[in-house]
Write a protein that binds this ligand. Structure first.
Ligand code: GNR
Ligand code: NI
Length: 168
């Protein structure tokens, strides 16, 4: 397995729309393992292939305290189950150092394929619902900062550009 390099906002490659996975081959299985390793290494609760500059519809999440409950979702789809939204503080490995409140549907039905190509369904609430919606946004080229005011987003962009110039 390997730790992958994560793209940092405002990198335009984060705006790429990921493509459906047609065959779950060894390359996809290796990618799933690498995404998990990269997520754990970065102390994240989720990671999308988009963030590793791989534009395929696969994401991983683990919202457990023990970090022992990895979920791999291939070609995920969600359906919103109620009218309610919940506000929570979100962060992103592609927007390091910033946490802001985002409102999202609180209960969702997730359908995806596992690594064996079998379809499975989960009803998610709480942190799992937040994480999966956040990751699915990445697959569609969206980032949580898109939900903030222009002023906040511009401030974050400026700070991250400054840091990445120093870091190289
Ligand atoms: O590690 C992460 N924490 C987090 C916290 C609140 C809402 C969403 C997330 S996902 C984030 C990892 C990440 O950037 N995934 O794309
Ligand atoms: Ni993210």
């Amino acid at each position: 397995m390997a730790v992958l390099k994560i793209l940092i906002f405002p990198d335009q490659r984060l705006r790429t729309i990921a493509k459906e996975i047609l065959v779950i081959d060894d390359e996809i299985k290796a990618l799933a393992g690498n995404l998990l390793e990269t997520m754990y290494e970065g102390k994240g609760i989720g990671l999308s292939a988009t963030q590793a500059n791989i534009h395929k519809r696969i994401l991983v999440v683990d919202v457990s305290d023990e970090k022992d409950s990895p979920l791999i979702l291939i070609n995920p789809k969600i359906e919103v189950l109620n009218e309610e939204e919940e506000v929570s503080s979100e962060g992103c490995l592609s927007v390091p150092g910033f946490f802001e409140e985002v409102s999202r549907p609180s209960e969702i039905n997730i359908t995806a394929l596992n690594l064996e190509g079998e379809k499975f369904t989960i009803v998610a609430t709480g942190l799992l619902a937040v994480a999966v919606q956040h990751e699915m946004d990445h697959l569609d080229g969206k980032i949580f900062v898109d939900f903030l005011s222009n002023l906040k987003r511009q401030r974050i962009k400026k700070k991250l550009l400054k840091i990445s110039k120093v870091a190289v």
